[in-house]
Design a protein around this ligand. Structure first.
Ligand code: ZN
Length: 270
C-alpha cells in the first residue's frame, strides 16, 4: 500500500544519507566474508541499471530484490506514542471530555491538534463504511479516541470541539476526512475550511519539500521524520465499528493522530 519511495532516483537529505550508509553496512555485514570483487555489488549494478533506479540486485542466489530505499526504510525506528490515550464509545463520556477540553482552551492561543478518522473498509462497490472512530492528539500529549459509531447520538460537544476557534486540525487528507464526517454525522465543517483551520500535512510537505507526491501517512513519516508507523494491514482493515476496540486498534489509531501532529510540527520548522 505504501507508495512512499518510488523506484526513481531522488536526492536524499543529509540525515537519510547517514541511514543509507548504515543500511549499506548492514547489508555488507550480512553478506559476510565475501571477496573484494563481490563487495562491489552496487558498482556493478550501476552499470546494469544505467538509469540509476536505485535497486540493489543480489546476483548470488534467488534472494528477493529490495530497493535501496526499502532497505533504508525497513531499518527506521517505529513511532511510539507518548502520553495518555483516553478512549470512549459512550456519548455522555464524550460530552464531558469535550466540555473539559473546550474550557481548557479558553483564553489560550490556537493549538495544532493531530486529527484522523477510521472506518471499516468495505470491498463492495469500492466504498467505505460510516466513520467509526475520531482520533485527536493534543500537544500536551493527550490523545482522545471517540468511537462515534457507537454513540447515539453523537454529542453536540464533539463538533463544538472540532470546530473550536482555538483548534487547528492537522493531518493527512484531512479535508476529505472532514467532508466525510459531515456526510456521516451532519457535522458542519465548511466553517473550518473557510477560516483555514485545517492543515493537510501532505500538501504542507509538498510545499516545503518542493515535491509533488501523493503521500500516504507512513511515507510521510519515513521521509520527513525518518521513522515509520507499524502499518499492520490486518488492523488497518479491521472492524473499527466493533466495541470495544482492541489494544492493537487503540495503539494503531493513536499513532496516526500523533504522527499528524509531529509531522506538522516538523514541517513548519523547515
Ligand atoms: Zn488512520
Amino acid at each position: 500500500m505504501a507508495s512512499d519511495f518510488k523506484r526513481k532516483k531522488r536526492t536524499l537529505p543529509a540525515w537519510m544519507t547517514a541511514a543509507h550508509n548504515q543500511t549499506k553496512q548492514i547489508k555488507k555485514s550480512k553478506e559476510g566474508e565475501k571477496n573484494a570483487s563481490q563487495e562491489k555489488t552496487s558498482d556493478r549494478l550501476d552499470i546494469k541499471n544505467p538509469k540509476g533506479n536505485g535497486q540493489y540486485v543480489d546476483t548470488d542466489d534467488d534472494a528477493t530484490v529490495k530497493s535501496a530505499s526499502e532497505l533504508i526504510t525497513d531499518a527506521m525506528p517505529f513511532i511510539k506514542v507518548p502520553g495518555r490515550v483516553t478512549y470512549t464509545f459512550q456519548s455522555a463520556d464524550c460530552a464531558c471530555i469535550c466540555d473539559e477540553i473546550v474550557s481548557s482552551l479558553e483564553g489560550g492561543s490556537q493549538i495544532p491538534v493531530g486529527f484522523d478518522m477510521e472506518w471499516p473498509v468495505t470491498f463492495r462497490h469500492g466504498g467505505s463504511g460510516k466513520t467509526a472512530l475520531i482520533q485527536m492528539y493534543f500537544p500536551d500529549n493527550q490523545c482522545y479516541l471517540f468511537q462515534v459509531c457507537a454513540m447515539n447520538p453523537v454529542p453536540k460537544q464533539l463538533p463544538k470541539l472540532i470546530c473550536h476557534e482555538k483548534v487547528l486540525l492537522v493531518g493527512l487528507n484531512i479535508e476529505s476526512d472532514l467532508w466525510k464526517l459531515e456526510r456521516d454525522f451532519d457535522i458542519r465543517v465548511k466553517c473550518l475550511m473557510d477560516r483555514g483551520a485545517v492543515v493537510d500535512v501532505g500538501r504542507l510537505a509538498n510545499k516545503k519539500l518542493k515535491s509533488h507526491e501523493r503521500w500516504d501517512l507512513n511515507g510521510l513519516c519515513k521521509n520527513v521524520l525518518g521513522m515509520q508507523l507499524d502499518k499492520n494491514s490486518e488492523i488497518r482493515c479491521g472492524s473499527w465499528d466493533e466495541i470495544p476496540l482492541s489494544q492493537d486498534q487503540i495503539a494503531y489509531s493513536s499513532a496516526d493522530a500523533y504522527a499528524g501532529l509531529i509531522l506538522y510540527e516538523k514541517l513548519i520548522e523547515l
